[in-house]
Design a protein around this ligand. Sequence first.
Ligand SMILES: [Zn+2]
Ligand SMILES: [Zn+2]
Length: 107
Amino acid sequence: MAFITINEAFICEVCGTENCPAQKTCRNHCKKCLSSKHVDEKFPGDRESQCLGTMKAIDIQVHPKHELVIIHECEKCGKKIKNKKADDDSQETILEIQKRKAESFFR
Ligand SMILES: [Zn+2]
Ligand SMILES: [Zn+2]
């Protein structure tokens, strides 16, 4: 599985973007579409899950320290995992997710 090895370059299975290793953090999601893969079971980085479903970013939360947290949901089993935003994550995609979320709220 090349998708989500800890902090190594990988090609996104969802959008095909080449992701190089992150500078300060462990990259576990695509910097372009923010998709991830369900590989962790109990805590981030344990690589215990047998699911391997695609995890789409469904929500963005702002934490008290003004950190952005991406909420990933597994398309296969529905598990939700929180991930810290990486420095070079696509601002465009983040805005899109926030917009989509706001629109569904008012519908
Ligand atoms: Zn991607
Ligand atoms: Zn899953």
